[in-house]
Design a binder for this molecule. Structure first.
Ligand code: ADP
Ligand code: MG
Length: 570
């Protein structure tokens, strides 16, 4: 396969371009700078052409991790992250990431090569035969197939527009091998590639919806602003800060909105979460959904009398779990600007009693947390290990944090503060495991800043092989595996046979030794002091490092904070 933009074949000589080149040209025309993927038939040359034309190709060991990386890149940059896969099995491996991107509202495009259409459609048994377009549809915001090379420009533009406009999401783009290999006259090719104009247009909310929302806020005795990852994604940091500070309303960040306003901001109600959820009378949701992560907005977590404002790009989200009195449909940047313009000085005031209640509960909870964090636990438990990480990260606020696992996630969310927007990536809306290495790689590749991935031993296993990818690209990623020897806990005993209990993993595992096989640095940490020391050293070198943090197998709880979701209570 020629890698030239135009090559000459036949008589008389005519300049032609092939499908591979057209795809790369279309991506470049739309500002795509990176592709995450795994190569193989029929897409290997796509990665080669991309590299030749200045797109950075990051090659993974498994498509799921590549897809998670693309999705995280989408969240971090506001532009669609691209995941490239081979046909059928590679395509299916990427689907979890595509579905996760859609669920989390991250803009991402999975581009997969596919087999011969005529053979697939008649089910004649092709190499890696699968009707990929239809398989992808339920998991994607949109799905397209390009059947003619001259349509590649349109297909790429539509995929980009679908991924980033309105509520962002995962998009599938199917590229049959025959289309990738086909040639078209260079002139036709050139004319078919274009840059999509304004792919994520501003959505200005209706002025009456803004007035209705402000009117409701004015009536509040105990107002609350909930910031979700949609607010972080919107890159309206200044406008949100200004609205929060002008109105003086307490705010609660959802986990990936941590750092949008710094966690030590005086108006943060994070340490009084139960109190504010239970007592708020007017709640303004900004880019946050009333899903399971917010107890569906239902009593007893929430007051039955609470009244809701919801700012969201997607009108269909409104009333999903309880009636929303003041929906504001628009993009968050435009909506916050509209609120600030419409707000009259002194229009919203927060009664002292509300702040007193919040401050009182915050003090109590901070004192309780302090006792847990400073306890002298040997072996380490989640709190004491996380305290060591917190203390080091306090001096590395530029670092990105990736967090997955059960207890590792639940404790990490509460114990590790964030100070910068879009610096925390975690299991998100689905509570999915296996995002760790893909998210960490994307954060390092997109930002160039250090990344610390704090992951459970079970969670790490889902994408652990990507440490070879981290070492191959020499990314500044430090992985801290919280090794408590199990899923949730490592101390379950099977009384029925000699086999390990279902939740048990090898607590004696030396995860740190894995990374040394690829030239990275491995450490074992048995105490908070060792952990802190090793993390500091790793951040100083910026080299790929894995720390095996040995946690008490009896620490933690089954299902973490989600015990109530277990059908059978223990
Ligand atoms: P969290 O889990 O942090 O609560 P969710 O992912 O549940 O956040 O909710 C994010 C919401 O933000 C989604 O309903 C999505 O439609 C919305 N959203 C995402 N980006 C924007 C944007 N730029 N403007 C407005 N709403 C957005
Ligand atoms: Mg574990």
């Amino acid at each position: 396969m020629s890698l030239n933009v135009a090559r000459t074949v036949g008589q008389p000589q005519e300049a032609v371009t092939d499908g591979f080149t057209l795809v790369v040209d279309a991506l470049r025309a739309n500002g795509v700078e990176k592709i995450y993927g795994v190569v193989g038939i029929p897409v290997t040359d796509l990665a080669r052409v991309a590299q030749a034309e200045g797109i950075r190709y990051i090659g993974f060991r498994h498509e799921q991790a590549a897809g998670h990386a693309a999705a995280a890149a989408g969240f971090l940059t506001g532009r669609p992250g691209i995941c490239l896969t081979v046909s059928a099995p590679g395509f299916l491996n990427g689907l979890v990431a595509l579905a996760n991107a859609t669920t989390n509202c991250f803009p991402m495009i999975q581009i997969s090569g596919s087999s011969e259409r005529t053979i697939v459609d008649l089910q004649q048994g092709d190499y890696e035969e699968l009707d990929q377009l239809n398989a992808a549809k339920p998991f994607a915001k949109a799905a397209f197939r390009v059947d003619r090379p001259e349509d590649i420009g349109l297909g790429v533009a539509r995929a980009i527009r679908a991924a980033v406009s309105g509520r962002p999401g995962g998009v599938y783009l199917d590229l049959p091998a025959a289309v990738l290999g086909a040639t078209v006259p260079a002139e036709v090719a050139q004319a078919s590639v274009f840059q999509a104009v304004d792919p994520a247009p501003a959505m200005i909310p209706a002025p009456e919806s803004v007035a209705r929302a402000l009117d409701l806020l004015t009536q509040a005795e105990r107002p609350l602003i909930v910031l979700g990852k949609g607010a972080a994604y919107a890159r309206a940091d200044e406008a949100i800060l200004s609205f929060v500070e002008t109105t003086g309303i307490p705010f609660l960040p959802m986990s990936m909105a941590k750092g949008l306003l710094p966690d030590d901001h005086p108006q943060s109600a994070a340490a009084a979460r139960s109190l504010v959820l239970g007592q708020a009378d007017v709640v303004m949701l900004v880019g946050a959904r009333l899903n399971w992560l917010l107890a569906h907005g239902q009593p007893p977590r929430w007051s039955a009398a609470a009244r809701f404002i919801q700012v969201d790009a997607d009108p269909v989200e409104i009333d999903s779990n309880r009636p929303i009195e003041a929906p504001v449909i628009g993009d968050i940047a435009s909506a916050m600007a509209a609120f600030t313009d419409a707000l009259r000085p002194g229009q919203v005031t927060v009664p002292d009693a509300w702040w007193q209640a919040i401050r009182g509960r915050t003090e109590q909870n901070v004192a309780k947390m302090h006792a847990r964090l400073t306890a002298d636990a040997t072996p380490m438990n989640f709190s004491t290990a996380l305290r060591a990480i917190r203390d080091v990260l306090d001096g590395h606020r530029e670092a990105y944090l990736v967090n997955e696992g059960a207890n590792t996630l639940d404790f990490g969310r509460d114990i590790l503060p964030m100070y910068r927007p879009r610096h925390r990536l975690d299991s998100g809306t689905w509570g999915v495991m296996g995002v760790g290495m893909g998210y960490a790689i994307a954060a390092a590749v997109e930002s160039g800043d250090p990344v610390v991935a704090v992951v459970g031993d079970s969670a790490f296993g889902f994408s652990g092989m990507e440490i070879e990818t981290i070492c191959r690209y020499r990314l500044p990623v430090v992985i801290v595996v919280f090794n408590n020897g199990g899923v949730y806990k490592g101390d379950e005993v099977n009384t029925h046979s000699a086999d390990p209990a279902p939740t048990v993993l090898l607590h004696s595992s030396r995860y740190d030794k894995l990374i040394t096989a690829f030239g990275g640095t491995g450490y074992q940490a048995d105490t908070p002091d060792e952990l802190g020391h090793e993390l500091r050293a790793a951040l100083k070198t910026g080299e790929p490092t894995l720390i095996n943090a040995v946690i008490d197998p009896a620490a933690g709880t089954e299902s973490g904070h989600l015990t109530s979701l277990n059908p059978r209570t223990h």
